[in-house]
Design a protein around this ligand. Sequence first.
Ligand code: F6R
Length: 260
Amino acid sequence: MEILIFDTYEQMSKAAAKAVADLLNRKPNAVLGLATGSTPLGLYKELVRMHKYEGLDFSQVTTFNLDEYVGLKKDHPQSYHYFMHENLFKHINIPLQNIYIPSGTTNNYAAFCEWYERRIKECGGIDLQLLGVGSDGHIAFNEPSSSLGSRTRIKTLAHSTIQDNARFFEKIEDVPIYAITMGVGTILEARKILFLANGAKKADAVAKAIEGPVTSMITASALQLHPFVTAYLDREAASKLTMIDYYQWIQAKSIEAPKP
Ligand code: F6R
């Protein structure tokens, strides 16, 4: 895994946004896998800025979001549909028909999940997947004990996730208990993955994901099995990595390193 450590959240977000923009400049019809939550907000803000002031074009881009709460309608302010439209889609020129987000209100979840997986394949697979990490080490809503081969399905949220996400709702009882989420197996099929984390609250999960054993108890650790993952971390999120000096040494030397 390539590990990049930044002094601030803003620097981390800008560097990750640049990686997305570089892909879109190389491949204007790229398929992006998108995450919600507070982690990618800075990245989305930077993509919007690049669209507005640098002409970054999304007209041929297709996107697939990782997850959605079960039971929340698209216009619910805490739904991931709403989040994505408010924080990214309404500010860029992506055609609405190119946006895929799991449905939290379908009347046939099994059929929907199969269709979602099929659509990803029909669109050519995900070129670049953005991921945050939960304090329990989850990626998307693949909570501890999720199969590392799992596909898009319904998951019951862990208590710690419900508590973490309660900050977005009026009261904890309002946080949905179920989510529809891409599986770990689905995520690992992306061609490249950007794994983002910031803040001290993520330091344990980040250390376990990057340096711990590969285990379904920390589903982010499955990223160790993927050949093209870059971790974008701020100093606090990176603070519990035991090999941090080595990662920073690699980062500092990367300019002069032989290119693969
Ligand atoms: C969101 C998602 C989750 C979040 C994770 C971290 O689509 O898949 O795995 O990335 O819960 O959330 P934040 O960024 O709010 O700390």
